[in-house]
Design a protein around this ligand. Structure first.
Ligand SMILES: NC(=O)C1=CN([C@@H]2O[C@H](COP(=O)(O)OP(=O)(O)OC[C@H]3O[C@@H](n4cnc5c(N)ncnc54)[C@H](OP(=O)(O)O)[C@@H]3O)[C@@H](O)[C@H]2O)C=CC1
Ligand SMILES: CC(C)=CCC[C@@H](C)[C@H]1CC[C@H]2C3=C(CC[C@]12C)[C@@]1(C)CCC(=O)C[C@@H]1CC3
Length: 376
């Protein structure tokens, strides 16, 4: 058994098909897109997600680091691994199949991790979705000419809604993917994270879009509303606080970060009708906006700044009530800013208890399913 330094969900290379030669114009402009050199599963253009950018930064810092990438799509996972090994031949990069929206997959992946490793130092919980985003163009232009413009551009508040769906386990998909799957994983891996005389870090990719107004303890899965993403990210902030309350004494420290606004598969989907050349034309506008709000980090490299920074901190020095923001100045310099979160211990504890109840229910369901398949 090995000691894994870093374990990460959702770091695969993203591929965007189509686009033709026009995307070429963006190459070199902060390296938003890169052509896929070793053609693998998809043919198209590679846009790195924040997770993969973090892996590269971690390996730049410690080339011999032991990484394990947990991805739902093994084809993309292999592409990500190949890219990492090309730039860092000494790296040890393991792969694991994991779909955070599926209880069975999470339990199976956790079992596999427990077989492979005896201890985890870092667990990055980065997988996230924002399905069927609806961009309110009218509200956007109204916001641009109001005093709320900076807040709107920094958080996306008031201009985005999503249409959620249900998973095979009967849960809301955004809740299951962004929050519950990760929660179950932490619970399953507690024994590897909480080792005597050892500290570990659990690091969540949250968002500035985490709004208290989108979240309700009566509807933690956000079945009723139209802001499931925002609700799941606010729940992430609460859960991180609760994990600290319950597990700090056992050596587990949880933190949340916000990567800022980064151009990735997730954000491109917000304006799918936008042709590639318009995104390219929008870049100077984004750089201009960056002069007024340093939350426009734009590249995955910049967005990963806070995740990377946390890797170098002693866990005991971190503040459980702060979210660590990646920020990029108008001149392109990166820095970190801790900002107090809008969370309280009672709500965090109430959510934690509800998640434990749900965990109990899904485990019983899994047991019944396993028993039924044994009988067959
Ligand atoms: N981009 C931005 O501006 C911001 C992003 N964030 C957060 O950053 C994180 C990373 O997003 P980003 O890099 O932007 O977007 P990407 O879409 O590029 O990355 C998301 C990653 O999550 C993985 N993923 C999605 N669903 C699942 C699942 N069910 N099981 C396992 N993995 C899954 C994706 O895998 P696959 O390759 O299979 O699709 C992908 O690797 C997310 O949590 C997002 O909410 C927060 C604030 C702003
Ligand atoms: C000129 C032009 C095309 C403007 C449109 C800009 C918007 C698409 C972005 C402005 C702020 C962005 C933002 C997000 C998505 C895209 C914007 C609304 C997020 C909501 C994406 C997911 C997050 O977690 C937080 C981001 C905050 C900022």
């Amino acid at each position: 058994m090995e000691e894994a330094a870093v374990w990460m969900t959702g770091p695969s290379a993203q591929t965007m098909t189509g686009g033709g030669g026009r995307i070429d114009a963006a190459i070199g402009w902060e390296r938003l897109w890169r052509p896929i050199t070793a053609r693998g599963c998809d043919v198209g253009w590679d846009i790195r997600g924040i997770g993969l950018a973090l892996c590269e930064r971690l390996l730049d810092e410690e080339p011999g680091l032991q990484l394990c990438l947990a991805c739902r799509n093994m084809c993309r996972a292999q592409e990500a691994r190949a890219a990492l090994l090309t730039s860092h031949p000494r790296a040890q990069v393991g792969l694991l199949q994991l779909d955070t929206s599926s209880v069975t997959s999470v339990l199976k992946a956790a079992q596999e991790v427990k077989l492979r490793y005896s201890q985890l130092d870092y667990l990055y919980l980065n997988a996230g979705i924002m399905p069927n985003p609806q961009f309110d163009v009218k509200a956007f232009f109204k916001g641009v000419f109001s005093s709320k413009v900076v807040n709107m551009l920094a958080t996306g508040e008031g201009i985005l809604t999503q249409k959620d769906s249900t998973t095979a386990d009967g849960m809301q998909e955004v809740f299951a993917t962004n929050l519950f799957g990760h929660f179950l994983l932490v619970r399953e891996l507690e024994s590897l994270l909480c080792q005597p005389g050892h500290t570990s870090q659990v690091i969540w990719t949250s968002s500035s879009n985490a709004h208290q107004s989108a979240f309700s303890l009566e509807d933690i899965q956000h079945q009723q509303g139209t802001h499931p993403y925002s609700s799941s990210k606010y729940a992430t902030d609460l859960l991180s606080l609760a994990l600290n309350t319950h597990l700090n004494k056992q050596g587990l420290y949880s933190s949340v970060i916000c990567p800022g606004f980064v151009m990735t598969k997730l954000t491109y989907a917000i304006l799918p009708a936008f042709p590639d050349f318009l995104w390219t034309l929008a870049m100077p506008i984004f750089w201009f906006i960056r002069m007024f709000t340093n939350t426009f980090t734009l590249t995955s490299y910049n967005g990963a700044e806070a995740l990377f920074w946390l890797f170098k901190q002693t866990p005991e020095s971190l503040d459980a009530y702060s979210k660590y923001h990646s920020l990029t100045s108008g001149r392109g310099a990166n820095h970190i800013q801790p900002r107090k979160m809008d969370v309280d211990e009672d709500t965090a504890e109430a959510l934690y208890q509800k998640l434990l109840e749900l965990e109990d229910q899904v485990r019983k369901k899994e047991e019944r399913r396993d028993n039924a398949s044994l009988l067959l």
